[in-house]
Design a protein around this ligand. Sequence first.
Ligand SMILES: Cc1ncc(COP(=O)(O)OP(=O)(O)O)c(N)n1
Ligand SMILES: Cc1ncsc1CCOP(=O)(O)O
Ligand SMILES: [Mg+2]
Length: 225
Amino acid sequence: MPQLDGDAIRRRLADARLYLCTDARGERGDLAEFADAALAGGVDIIQLRDKTNGVPLEAAQEIAALETLAEACERHDALLAVNDRADIALTLDADVLHLGQDDIPVSLARRILGDDVVIGRSTHSVEQATAAARELGVDYFCTGPCWPTPTKPGRHAPGLDLVRTTADAAPERPWFAIGGIDEQRLPDVLAAGARRVVVVRAITEADDPRVAAERLSATLASWTS
Ligand SMILES: Cc1ncc(COP(=O)(O)OP(=O)(O)O)c(N)n1
Ligand SMILES: Cc1ncsc1CCOP(=O)(O)O
Ligand SMILES: [Mg+2]
């Protein structure tokens, strides 16, 4: 796929409001259709995150699923995100690499990927969010979980307090709230000060992923000045 340069990716990141993590939909076998629906509904960034029972996909399966998502991103002018694996992000010319607190250091990912990939970081406390807002090489960060979620079992949820503290600090970098967010809870997340969110089940488990994305997207847009 034709690669955007770092400036173009960062411009799109600045405008992004709705970020979706999806599994490869192995049993349903509808990844391309699902991605088209979610992206048509307003998802700005789509990440493959397939960790059934905590076990990631084999690299070949992950690359195949990401190639499907890359084609959908091209059809909808959306950003493609890889989770955890800088080697796979490099192989696929992905736009985004997402790293958690237990993943490889951002500095190492930057050495592998250079500057034309956006790197994001997960944070779960005020200290981690403050560090991510300043850390060299980080383009965006996520705070959460806002609510305990079966999608990330065992992760303590700092709740909306972390969203409020982060919003009060007014970081210059884009940041997203994550964890347990759905259409009903989104207004509370926005009222706490977030303007960007990451969701999984709110779209992956929706009867109509396009409608689910449209509703989230419309609510996000209505809070964006
Ligand atoms: C956009 C986004 N935010 C947070 C995460 C979680 O990352 P991490 O804490 O490394 O956990 P895993 O997803 O790797 O299990 C994410 N993947 N994407
Ligand atoms: C990957 C991840 N990291 C923190 S919460 C979470 C999962 C959020 O999933 P859902 O939107 O289904 O609660
Ligand atoms: Mg990770």
